[in-house]
Design a protein around this ligand. Sequence first.
Ligand code: SF4
Ligand code: SF4
Ligand code: SF4
Length: 247
Amino acid sequence: MKPKVAIFSLTGCEGCSLAILELEDRLLDILDAVEVVNFREGMTERTWDIDIGFVDGAVSTPQDETEVRHIREHCTTLVAIGACACLGGLNTLKNHQPEEDYRRYVYGDRAEWFPTITARPISSVVKVDYELPGCPMIKEEFLRFVTHALAGRTFTLPDHAVCVECKKRGNLCLYEKGEICLGPMTRAGCDAICPTYGSKCEACRGILNEDVLKAAGINLREQYNVELDDVLADLQLFGAYQAKALP
Ligand code: SF4
Ligand code: SF4
Ligand code: SF4
């Protein structure tokens, strides 16, 4: 029996779901090994007997909250894919602003038609078994997860920071140029793509943990005379929800 797989989207651009369709030739191998039973982006038939459910998008409306509880009830294993589902992601930008302001800005005089709540990761509402972070999620990491799941092996994310991958690529550190970068405390796995192309890391894969954060704070002060609070002030694009929980 092939495992039954479903892919769902809450509030987000659905880019992580689309990334699955973009796997092209590798998608055919996956389709050989699993049965896709529910995927709005790719099929019209839907059933609710699901072994592995992937969810992209954040919980950002009352409907998202209801939907993710329903999804959880029907999936043996639930996997959050992308920064929106894992962290709240870009949706948490609204959390900095008065609700009345952003609702009027987006929906004008029809704001009342569209109820909204604080944007947050799906793990704040239901139990999540695995997370594949990033904006969008990293396709190779998705394939690695599927391979592990099919073989019955436990999947783990890299437990080191983006700086490790950045240094392996031989990049000049942005701190050397007087810029701020969240790489020292952000989970690796993206091959440090942003600093490699000259942009700071904005932590789309989330802050690793408190120990790494503390160590990064000490290093940044000693090496570059930069305070951790100033670095974390930059954690606005993807990590506003996570930032609130940091010490
Ligand atoms: S994580 Fe990025 S690509 Fe994925 S759904 Fe959210 S905004 Fe779109
Ligand atoms: S540029 Fe950013 S990711 Fe690269 S080494 Fe410096 S702090 Fe780390
Ligand atoms: S460098 Fe940072 S922002 Fe860029 S993809 Fe990696 S984790 Fe995300």
